[in-house]
Design a protein around this ligand. Structure first.
Ligand SMILES: Cc1cc2nc3c(=O)[nH]c(=O)nc-3n(C[C@H](O)[C@H](O)[C@H](O)COP(=O)(O)OP(=O)(O)OC[C@H]3O[C@@H](n4cnc5c(N)ncnc54)[C@H](O)[C@@H]3O)c2cc1C
Ligand SMILES: *[C@@H]1O[C@H](CO)[C@@H](O)[C@H](O)[C@H]1NC(C)=O
Ligand SMILES: *[C@@H]1O[C@H](CO)[C@@H](O)[C@H](O)[C@H]1NC(C)=O
Ligand SMILES: *[C@@H]1O[C@H](CO)[C@@H](O)[C@H](O)[C@H]1NC(C)=O
Ligand SMILES: *[C@@H]1O[C@H](CO)[C@@H](O)[C@H](O)[C@H]1NC(C)=O
Ligand SMILES: *[C@@H]1O[C@H](CO)[C@@H](O)[C@H](O)[C@H]1NC(C)=O
Ligand SMILES: *[C@@H]1O[C@H](CO)[C@@H](O)[C@H](O)[C@H]1NC(C)=O
Ligand SMILES: *[C@@H]1O[C@H](CO)[C@@H](O)[C@H](O)[C@H]1NC(C)=O
Ligand SMILES: *[C@@H]1O[C@H](CO)[C@@H](O)[C@H](O)[C@H]1NC(C)=O
Length: 589
């Protein structure tokens, strides 16, 4: 056994075998920590915990490694080549009443790096009040914006864009970190005419669209340059590329097993009270599952869908629901899987008068395969060109409903006056000007439940989109805001008006129907294992992210957010994971 350990440690230190493709190949060590899910949060924890050479860490990831996933590496391939592949869990929702009974897809990364390896790469922190609300609702000031600045510093590594253009006036260096792990940059392949018209429209309109030098200062409102989780080298920055780089992977106290899915958590034998530090992995080649126990903690980082799915199959959830499925209840907690909260996305398109603006040679990139081949050639040659970006979008406006909006009289679900209700991501492609609208202040709450006691069956995902009274009228005002933007003088002879189904919608009821017909998941779900104050009667984890009424089990991922932020969710997840790593180190050092 001793010799075996030396051989394993030796190979690992050469970087040869710290990543395994099967549970059979994982050495039988005593793990201090087992991290379930090598996703966005899990990768951060794997890196930070193994900075302490005394901690032995095993990461168990259901999906394959990121290393050879070309569509994840090249930003421009991400939009079309990752969904519904082996890198996706392929989830769909239950029929959505608020979407005219449509079923919509809910993409989740099934790959090392998790959803950060497949996402839209927007670097957006949300509003400072999003975090201050976490602090208020949990009673832990450590979750507030000011307290989290140290983790922004550890996470972000701002770099020059791949085209080396002058970025003065496009961001505020004072609110960025240049020393963290995740490369972040500005758009690196601009469309000059469209960019200057968009900035000109902002100048002309002011108000909702007033220029904001940096959307990541804690005050996002206004129109700003987009920032992305991509590097100067023209590649995607994911949690795997940045926190599980080859140097980190060669640490001999870090072991990663991919293509391995845990089915359940188990009560740890021989412990007092309710202690859960044991995971069950169905064996690839025998009927007996592999059972592994961590000596310190199991950390669940399965994401907003995966985490409640695992908890429910482990008997942690609403006793009444579990009983009907013959899952023995281990801990009755009706908050597990509830309070699911997601944004919606709805694409608004405007016609462009032919010849009125120079759209450049790449305008049909999304549909023209010859252009795609050319873009790929350039990227392969020197990591520049249109494929350094996920989409041809360069600006984002974050806006609030007008103060006198009747919709606000219903109540304001946002975290405060500096947080947006409506996000509009602008860009031109295929001969149209698009405003990709995200409704980022939903009042609707949905759920993740299970439909059987088979852990390999997909969970039932019900986002309950547009079921709260506030949401649909708010989204409708968002459409009006996009229309207002299109009326700026600079667009006068350029934008011809809505194209697509909005073109024929005149009444509010018709606009609502078009929104219901066209909305999709915003892909930023949170809240299914929410944190709450230590003594609260609701919630799944305490502010230190330990599962209530259980020893040995922590949850670190997007599921713990008690409210949905007004921005995209990868940055909040990175900050949560960085802080969690410090908490765990402080507990066990
Ligand atoms: C298409 C798309 C575009 C997006 N665009 C943006 C964007 O532009 N900007 C932004 O900020 N955010 C974006 N997001 C959202 C953001 O990426 C996620 O909120 C964030 O990455 C979630 O991190 P997480 O750690 O909670 O979960 P994940 O990163 O999903 O990690 C969970 C991991 O657990 C693994 N897992 C689950 N169950 C098991 C099991 N039983 N056994 C073993 N492993 C398991 C999964 O395979 C996965 O790797 C987007 C998401 C999608 C899908
Ligand atoms: C990745 O690709 C390289 C080169 O083609 C190959 O040697 C390696 O085995 C691949 N790794 C995985 C995990 O597929
Ligand atoms: C998702 O669907 C693709 C295409 O059918 C398939 O190859 C892949 O294995 C599926 N993903 C999972 C996690 O089952
Ligand atoms: C947090 O609580 C303080 C004190 O009650 C309050 O002034 C502030 O507005 C709250 N902030 C948020 C974002 O909830
Ligand atoms: C949902 O969250 C709210 C706080 O926003 C809380 O009061 C409520 O109890 C939660 N519901 C469940 C089932 O956890
Ligand atoms: C990259 O290659 C393309 C295509 O050959 C070329 O036009 C471009 O100038 C190169 N860029 C740099 C920075 O070398
Ligand atoms: C659109 O612009 C008009 C005129 O400035 C303004 O009165 C209205 O409130 C705007 N609409 C929205 C939804 O912001
Ligand atoms: C809008 O209405 C016109 C006239 O009825 C019709 O020709 C056109 O197809 C409609 N467009 C859309 C997108 O529904
Ligand atoms: C919404 O979709 C339904 C079903 O396809 C269609 O009948 C209806 O006309 C659509 N509504 C609008 C306003 O486009």
């Amino acid at each position: 056994m001793f010799l075996y350990l030396i051989v394993v440690a030796g190979l690992a230190s050469l970087g040869l075998c710290a990543t395994y493709g099967s549970i059979k190949d994982v050495p039988k060590l005593e793990w201090d920590f087992i991290i379930v899910g090598g996703g966005t949060a899990g990768s951060v924890l794997a890196n930070r915990l193994t900075e302490n050479p005394k901690f032995k860490v095993l990461v168990i990831e259901a999906g394959p490694t990121n290393e050879n996933a070309t569509a994840s590496i090249i930003p421009g391939l991400g939009l079309t080549q990752l969904a519904m592949t082996r890198y996706d869990w392929n989830f769909t929702t239950v029929p959505q009443k608020g979407l005219n009974n449509r079923v919509v897809t809910l993409q989740r990364g099934h790959i090392l790096g998790g959803t950060s390896s497949v996402n839209g790469m927007v670097y957006s922190r949300g509003a400072s009040s999003d975090y201050d609300r976490f602090a208020n609702v949990t009673g832990d000031p450590g979750w507030g914006w000011d307290a989290l600045q140290q983790y922004i510093k550890k996470n972000e590594k701002f770099e020059n864009p791949p085209d080396n253009h002058d970025i003065k006036g496009e961001f505020d260096p004072a609110v960025h970190s240049f020393t963290g792990k995740v490369p972040v940059t500005l758009p690196g392949f601009l469309n000059p005419a469209v960019d200057s018209a968009t900035i000109q429209a902002s100048k002309e309109l002011g108000g909702d669209f007033a220029f904001n030098l940096d959307m990541n200062s804690g005050k996002p409102l206004g129109l700003a340059w987009e920032q992305n989780t991509a590097g100067h080298d023209g590649t995607r920055s994911s949690a795997a590329t940045s926190y599980l780089d080859s140097q980190t992977r060669s640490r001999n106290n870090l072991h990663i097993v991919t293509d391995t899915r845990i089915s359940r958590l188990l009560k740890t034998p021989g412990t007092k009270g309710l202690t859960i530090r044991t995971v069950e992995i169905p064996s690839p080649d025998s009927s007996d599952p592999v059972i592994l126990t961590a000596s310190k903690e199991v950390i669940l980082s399965g994401g907003t869908i995966g985490t409640p799915h695992i908890l429910l199959h482990s008997g942690i959830g609403d006793e009444n629901d579990l009983k009907t499925l013959n899952v023995p209840t281990v801990l009755h907690n009706p908050s597990v899987g509830r309070n699911f909260s997601d944004h919606t996305v709805f694409v608004i398109t405007f016609g462009i008068a032919p010849g009125s603006i120079d759209l450049g040679p790449w305008v049909n990139l999304l549909t023209d395969s010859a252009l795609q081949a050319n873009a790929l050639d350039i990227w392969n040659k020197n990591r520049t060109g249109p494929y350094v970006q996920y989409t041809p979008t360069d600006h984002i406006a974050w806006t609030r409903l007008s103060k006198d909006s009747p919709t606000l009289a219903i109540g304001d679900p946002s975290s405060g006056p500096n947080a947006g209700h409506i996000e509009l991501i602008f860009g031109a492609n295929s001969g149209v000007y698009a405003a990709i609208m995200l409704f980022v202040a939903p009042a609707s709450r949905g759920s993740v439940t299970i439909g059987s006691n088979n852990p390999f069956e997909d969970p039932l995902i019900d986002p309950a989109f547009y079921t709260a009274e506030f949401d649909l009228p708010a989204a409708r005002e968002g459409v009006q805001k996009a229309l207002n933007f299109s009326k700026a003088p600079v667009w006068q002879n350029v934008i011809t008006g809505f194209v697509g189904p909005l073109a024929n919608a005149t009444t509010d009821a018709e606009v609502d129907d078009v929104i219901r017909n066209g909305s999709e998941c915003g892909l930023h779900p949170v809240g299914t294992a929410a944190m709450s104050p230590k003594d609260a009667s609701w919630g799944v984890v305490d502010p230190d992210l330990l599962v209530k009424h259980v020893s040995g089990l922590r949850i670190v991922d997007a599921s713990i957010m008690p409210f949905i932020p007004s921005g995209h969710t990868q940055v909040p997840v990175y900050l949560i994971a960085e802080r969690a790593a410090d908490m765990i180190k402080n507990t066990w050092q």
